[in-house]
Design a protein around this ligand. Structure first.
Ligand SMILES: Nc1nc2c(ncn2[C@@H]2O[C@H](COP(=O)(O)OP(=O)(O)O)[C@@H](O)[C@H]2O)c(=O)[nH]1
Ligand SMILES: [Mg+2]
Length: 338
């Protein structure tokens, strides 16, 4: 697959004093975006004249792929339907030093791309998120989308102890290290949530910069299914909580079962203390059963917790070896292109 071209990055635009030549790849996932894709490609070409623009097309039934190719984008077909599969494919196959991902629906301002690149260029961030909800932004959200975003945000912020302002933004910048070391598995719109949680868990640095969000033009439609994708995003948050914070996850389950066991259990104990008898056998069995399940949950949580810690240590070692290789490959490619 093509490599991103080497560009002389405009340092004055990013305010960066240290970066030299960097290969930038603009990644655009697309599914039926014929109305807007030409404008998106042209706008990013204007902002980053020598970056390589990739349009990842997912079985579009309209002219998205043809228009993108006419506009000079590298069009790549991804047969597995879903934004998450497309992002996996982008991360696996595109070689560059810096990556920008943006929707093909012309709702994010191309002019903001420099503020997304700057923290990665100055080595302050591994992932930069264009937050549509930071103070001072002018974002046109549909009411339900805003409610959904706030709900997922408060769930994630409380579960993972963070203070992020937008986890569902599709406008992001990434370092090469991030792109080549974060393993994604989700196939659909849960990909943004997965990117954020995996970045946090891998100790990557996330920086949010303000960006506006405009409405899709007339005749262009969002691909998100509010109920189906909302459930998938919520399931992703809980699945990643189970995987990365098992003691909290199974500890909460143990607490819930203990509390439930107390309802029939307290009656049985009270009667036993008063009369010395256990007349309500079913309640006693139910309470003991739920108490056992609570104990089992806690045991599973403790075992998984210590396994996760050991795996984290192992991952750290693997990542530091991989990072050295990623840097070496990047340097070799730059030398080759020069
Ligand atoms: N390749 C690919 N892109 C998709 C798919 N679903 C959505 N997209 C693209 O992902 C981006 C975000 O989707 P969008 O419908 O704008 O979601 P919203 O911004 O949350 O309303 C857009 O550029 C879509 O064309 C898909 O199944 N495959
Ligand atoms: Mg969009």
């Amino acid at each position: 697959m093509n490599n991103a071209s080497i560009i002389d990055f405009d340092l004055s635009a990013t305010g960066d004093q240290t970066a030299g030549e960097q290969a930038i790849a603009v990644l655009i996932p697309c599914y039926n975006e014929e109305r807007t894709i030409a404008r998106v490609v042209a706008d990013f070409r204007k902002q980053l004249p020598r970056a390589t623009i990739y349009v990842f097309d997912n079985n579009s039934t309209d002219r998205t792929a043809a228009i993108a190719a006419q506009c000079g984008a590298v069009v790549i077909a991804e047969p597995r339907q879903g934004k998450g599969f497309v992002v996996q494919s982008m991360f696996r196959h595109v070689e560059a030093d810096l990556y920008i991902m943006v929707d093909g629906d012309d709702t994010y301002p191309a002019a903001a791309v420099h503020s997304l690149l700057q923290p990665v260029l100055s080595n302050r961030a591994d992932m930069v998120v264009g937050s549509r909800l930071l103070p001072g932004t002018r974002s046109r959200f549909k009411r339900l989308n805003l409610l959904g975003n706030q709900f997922f945000l408060s769930t994630l912020n409380s579960v993972f102890n963070t203070q992020l302002s937008d986890i569902l933004s599709g406008y992001r910048g990434f370092s090469r290290t991030f792109v080549k070391s974060v393993a994604l598995v989700g196939g659909g719109f849960e990909v943004e949530t997965e990117l954020t949680i995996k970045a946090l868990e891998a100790g990557m640095r996330i920086v949010e910069v303000p960006t506006d969000l405009s409405e899709r033009p007339e005749g262009s439609f969002s691909k998100i299914h509010k109920v189906r994708d909302g459930i998938r995003i919520l399931c992703t948050i809980f699945a990643l909580l189970r995987d990365y914070k098992p003691l909290a996850f199974f500890g909460c389950l143990a607490l819930a079962f203990s509390a439930a066991a107390l309802v029939p259990g307290s009656v049985v104990i009270w009667e036993y203390l008063r009369t010395g008898l256990v007349p309500r056998i079913p309640s006693a069995v139910l309470a003991v059963g739920m108490g056992l399940v609570a104990g089992l949950c806690l045991t599973v949580g403790i075992i998984l917790h210590s396994m996760t810690r050991r795996i984290c240590e192992l991952e750290y070692l693997i990542r530091s070896v991989a990072n050295q290789n990623i840097k070496k490959v990047g340097a070799a490619q730059r030398r080759q292109a020069a």
